[in-house]
Write a protein that binds this ligand. Structure first.
Ligand code: AMP
Length: 546
């Protein structure tokens, strides 16, 4: 017997309709590319998104077509999120930090029909245009006529102005009814090996992710919140916040391209931001600015950190010096992206301060809709004792089943688990801690050494700005840890003193065999250290033994 409840599909358009009707005055504040502050609200965003939907139809965009964006966090980008997905087309967000070659590849792979871009990216597009002439028939600059850049494009590729299109279009009367399983948005992983791969989200996965991430122990946004996503809308949908914030009625404060510590602190204080999300390097920049300028954060209660491991000093510094809580979260593009969030349970209430802090360093507990487990090299499930580490696998309705172009289910094992590529422990209460990437872990004489743990210790040294540990070949132990560091400005690093810094912090056999000091470390388009490049360069550094 079927239930007798209303059968309404879970559609992205329902979020903006809800926000416009029930949180009409919820603000969307954007720092524009031109440098001014633009203010609007959810009622206007919904109306303009329907007008943009009319403009998309005039451009010949139909359900299932791919419409790309190359843009910072801002109100027009938000309008595109809703107009494109809301009409059944697929919003393909492109990471401008990818190489021009990778951008050309993914535009052609996705077969994007139109690219909407911030004017900042005109030179990038001019360079890529010849490579994408087969797919893209128009580039639309997200600006008004007065600010249109002058770029040359191949024949058959129009250059259009967003506000001109808006002026010429009629808003659609209502959002169409779609299949909730239809594709809604597309994001390519910035793979460190091989070509980027497309993760294709559905309306249903996006809605379920937004609902779950708004639970109290996850993002838990409310209508009184003013949320500033530093995480970009061009990478995994700014962790889903363009959906979860309007769903909760929280205002969105969009920083545009101004992501340095000073700009963020100013915007947070001027716009009374209560909560924000970003990667560790962003919060490091903010902390350095606050310390140097003597400024405070007036209304910020919580900074969410993820994308790579949260350095413990960051959590302590924001808490102790600024009274701002730092919450640790973990996820990945293939998970929409939130997997875990670290919020204490009532059973953790009586922990001594040090143990409570140590617990908060972990990546956290799964949010509803995500299941996880750890397995050994042979696929056997490992115990949740907080010390045994294994390959982390996940499953759930927000987890990808295959990459774009592949057979559904092809990214999963026989039992439906997706291999995250991370190595982790899980404790008895379900708190997961990432100890490595599967391909980065150091296998020394058959035992695993966590490169993440060694890096965390290294960056705790006052002279170290950034650190990476790689597995270097070793004649006796197969692999041994090699520490590669960048010195803090004005500091010099003594390799043997830095090695001694590990004494008592990890077992003797975990200590790096050597330290190499470099001027800078290579990074991926999403700001992660490119360990592949380091391995290529330093793999044989210990080949003579030590
Ligand atoms: P991406 O798909 O680019 O978002 O990258 C996902 C990967 O980033 C994960 O598989 C992890 O290796 C890493 N990652 C994300 N969040 C964290 C975190 N809080 N701690 C450690 N690693 C993280």
């Amino acid at each position: 017997m079927l239930g007798l409840m209303q059968d309404q599909p879970l559609l992205i358009s329902s979020i903006i309709r809800h926000a416009a009707r029930h949180h009409a005055s919820g603000e969307v504040v954007s720092k524009t590319v031109e440098g001014d502050i633009h203010r609007t609200n959810y009622a206007e965003i919904e109306h303009r998104a329907r007008r943009l939907a009319g403009a998309l139809a005039r451009l010949g965009i139909a359900a299932g077509d791919r419409v790309a964006t190359l843009a910072w966090n801002g109100y027009r980008h938000l309008e595109l999120y809703y107009a494109v997905s809301g009409t059944g087309a697929i919003c393909h967000t492109i990471n401008p930090r990818l190489s021009a070659e990778d951008i050309g590849y993914i535009v052609n792979h996705a077969q994007d029909a139109v690219i909407f871009a911030d004017t900042t990216f005109a030179p990038l597009l001019a360079g890529v245009a010849p490579a994408i002439r087969g797919s893209v028939r128009a580039i639309v600059f997200m600006t008004a006529r007065a600010h249109m850049p002058d770029i040359a494009t191949p024949e058959g590729m129009d250059v259009l102005c967003y506000e001109d299109l808006m002026d010429a279009a009629e808003p659609i009367a209502a959002w169409p009814l779609l299949d909730e399983r239809a594709a809604a948005s597309l994001c390519y992983t910035s793979g460190t090996t091989g070509r980027p791969k497309g993760v294709l989200y559905s309306h249903r996965s996006t809605l379920l992710h937004a609902l779950a991430s708004n639970l109290k122990d996850v993002f838990g946004l409310g209508a009184a919140d003013r949320f500033l996503p530093v995480v970009p809308m061009f990478h995994v949908n700014a962790w889903g916040s363009p959906y979860s914030a309007p769903m909760a009625g929280a205002s969105l404060i969009m920083p545009g391209r101004h992501l340095d510590g000073a700009s963020l602190a100013d915007m947070m204080n001027a716009e009374r931001v209560t909560c924000s999300a970003g990667v560790p390097t962003v919060w490091l920049g903010l902390l350095q600015h606050l310390r140097a300028s003597g400024k405070r954060l007036d209304g910020v209660q919580r900074l969410i950190i993820g994308g790579s491991a949260c350095p413990p000093m960051l959590m302590r510094a924001f808490g102790d010096e600024y009274g701002v809580r730092v919450d640790h979260a973990w996820g990945m593009t293939e998970m929409s992206p939130i997997g875990t969030y670290n919020m204490p349970k009532s059973s953790n209430a009586d922990l001594p301060a040090d143990a409570a802090f140590r617990l908060r360093e972990k990546q956290g507990r799964v949010m509803y809709g995500v299941d996880m487990r750890i397995v050994d090299d042979g696929g056997a499930e490992l115990s949740w004792d907080g010390t045994t580490s294994g390959h982390l696998q996940v499953r759930g309705p927000n987890v990808c089943s295959a990459y774009l172009g592949d057979e559904p289910g092809s990214a999963l094992d026989a039992e439906g688990w997706f291999a995250t590529g991370d190595v982790a422990t899980i404790d008895g209460e379900g708190y997961m801690e990432i100890t490595d990437r599967s391909k980065d872990v150091v296998k020394s004489g058959g035992e695993w050494i966590s490169t993440v743990q060694l890096e965390n210790i290294a960056v705790g040294h006052p002279d170290v700005a950034e650190a990476a540990v790689i597995a270097a070949r070793h004649p006796k132990w197969d692999e041994r840890p090699l520490l590669i560091v960048v010195a803090r400005q004005g500091c010099t690093i003594d390799p043997s003193a830095l090695r001694a810094y590990f004494d008592g912090k990890v077992a003797k056999w975990w200590q790096p065999d050597d330290v190499v000091v470099v001027d800078e470390l290579p990074h991926t388009a999403t700001g992660k250290i490119q360990k592949m490049a380091l391995r290529d360069k330093f793999r044989d550094h210990l080949a003579g033994g030590s």
